[in-house]
Design a protein around this ligand. Structure first.
Ligand SMILES: *[C@@H]1O[C@H](CO)[C@@H](O)[C@H](O)[C@H]1NC(C)=O
Ligand SMILES: *[C@@H]1O[C@H](CO)[C@@H](O)[C@H](O)[C@H]1NC(C)=O
Ligand SMILES: *[C@@H]1O[C@H](CO)[C@@H](O)[C@H](O)[C@H]1NC(C)=O
Ligand SMILES: *[C@@H]1O[C@H](CO)[C@@H](O)[C@H](O)[C@H]1NC(C)=O
Ligand SMILES: *[C@@H]1O[C@H](CO)[C@@H](O)[C@H](O)[C@H]1NC(C)=O
Length: 415
């Protein structure tokens, strides 16, 4: 197996230092100009050090791109660093094309894999239902998620689609070149609605496992896609675009007690509910407050993934804030923010659940199911933490006052 792509893509480091922990890529089309099309692709690259990588054209006319790279978050003990690349790509037509990364290696001591590969299928043809170019599913993730080997855990990934499509997750296929060795972790169950259920079993082995998923958007009703060349493709309700969603699952040694709030940190108010949707407008900062507690371990840090220009602050031993100010370019877009609180005890790291929220830029949507909520609620610099009395057992309602209803729950399993 040739290692040349590694030398090509990692300009500032040797191959031995690459130490990959997965990637995620999403895209938003921009207005067409001069007969060419512009698409903004956002990708996260997860390495031990803060590195970028270069996506190459795999099929179709990929055009030219300009890329800006910035760091999103780095784990305190240098376990990983996540960078965000914002790639503005101008393509000659709105016909589909594919981008890929291809290289090595994953982190040391990872189960049964060496080389990495990920593929994005960009579909920009005009949809008959929206009259606009297709937008990809939107998501993000933390590079490595820890679960103690003896505790069942449901990891609910954020997966939503700005066109209202149904988003499904599946494992990458070697036959489609979606990963290099499409191995997955043993003892876990993936729901097509993008939750991963870790089920301890006597033969579950402690270690680091690659999780190499693909997310796809399926229209709810049949749509036609039309290209600038005039031809129409009847797509019915089949997959429109696809994005890679790759990360590491670390199965850690057993914890003495799986109860949340003892060793494993537990979210407290005013942390927003998982999959809450928040709103703000251009140049209006939005602040997300995140609190977590554990009786035995101590809260160490917030692990965060979202737009790189989010600003993190620690406000107390168990309180963090993430602030983001959208620019004009993000008008009308919805961006994912995901986080985990990491605690330690006796040099062992423990993760809270993964939580994610969606921040939509622009006016709060009119919905028939909820009373209109003033958008100023969301754009003030803090979420209101004084309203309803929160019971520690009903976290999921903690942010209802500031949200539209979260998307329907998609987990297939409850613990
Ligand atoms: C559009 O075309 C004009 C004339 O060729 C050129 O000056 C302009 O820079 C182009 N704009 C873009 C965004 O390519
Ligand atoms: C337990 O895990 C092993 C792999 O570690 C797997 O082969 C086996 O099917 C699992 N058993 C159950 C009951 O899930
Ligand atoms: C899709 O295109 C076909 C053929 O042009 C047409 O008959 C059909 O009505 C179109 N469907 C939609 C949803 O636009
Ligand atoms: C943590 O300690 C508090 C105070 O002693 C107690 O009320 C709470 O139940 C404990 N949490 C758990 C998960 O045992
Ligand atoms: C702390 O860790 C050490 C070694 O990792 C272990 O021997 C010891 O029992 C642990 N102590 C507690 C209180 O868990």
């Amino acid at each position: 197996m040739s290692y040349w792509p590694c030398l090509l893509v990692l300009l500032f480091s040797g191959c031995e230092a690459t130490h990959f922990l997965g990637t995620v890529m999403t895209y938003y089309p921009k207005a067409a100009e001069n007969g060419s099309f512009t698409v903004v692709l956002r990708y996260k690259t997860n390495f031990v050090r803060c590195l970028n990588l270069i996506w190459t054209c795999r099929s179709g006319a990929c055009g030219n791109s300009v890329v800006l790279v910035n760091t999103v978050d780095a784990e305190l003990s240098d376990e990983w660093c996540q960078n965000e690349g914002i790639m503005t790509r101008v393509v000659p037509s709105n016909n589909p094309f594919e981008l890929q990364i291809n290289g090595g290696n994953w982190i040391d001591n990872i189960f049964n894999i060496n080389l990495w590969r990920a593929v994005t299928l960009v579909e920009l043809r005009t949809r008959s239902d929206t009259g606009q170019a297709n937008r990809s599913p939107q998501t993000t993730n933390i590079p490595a998620i820890r679960v103690p080997s003896n505790c069942p855990r449901n990891i609910d990934f954020l997966a939503f689609d700005p066109d209202g499509d149904r988003v499904e997750c599946r494992y990458g296929l070697s036959s489609a070149g979606e990963c290099n060795q499409c191995t997955g972790p043993p003892g876990v169950r993936l729901s097509p609605l993008c939750s991963l259920f870790y089920l301890p079993n006597t033969s579950s082995s402690v270690g680091a496992y690659p999780v190499q998923l693909v997310m796809e958007d399926f229209p709810i009703v049949a749509v036609n896609l039309s290209s600038t060349s005039g031809s129409q493709t009847f797509t019915s309700t089949s997959r429109i675009s696809k994005i890679p969603f790759q990360f590491i699952l670390r199965v850690d040694p057993a914890v003495p007690d799986c109860t949340q709030g003892l060793y494993l940190p537990e979210f407290l108010p005013p942390t927003p509910a998982n999959r809450a949707s928040l709103h703000t407008s251009i140049n209006q900062p939005i602040e997300i407050l995140i609190s977590a507690h554990a009786n035995i371990s101590s809260v160490l840090e917030l692990l965060f993934s979202g737009p790189h220009n989010s600003v993190q602050a620690r406000r107390g031993p168990e309180l963090f804030a993430v602030k983001w100010t959208p620019s004009e370019e993000e008008d009308g877009e919805s961006h994912p923010f995901c986080f985990i609180v990491q605690a330690t005890h006796n040099s062992t790291k423990y993760h809270s659940d993964l939580r994610c929220v969606v921040v939509t830029v622009g006016e709060a949507p009119d919905t028939t199911t909820t009373p209109a909520t003033p958008s100023t609620l969301f754009s003030s610099t803090t979420l209101d933490t004084s309203t309803p009395t929160f019971q520690s057992t009903s976290l999921s309602t903690a942010t209802e006052i500031t949200t539209t209803p979260p998307p329907p729950p998609t987990s297939t399993s409850s613990l």
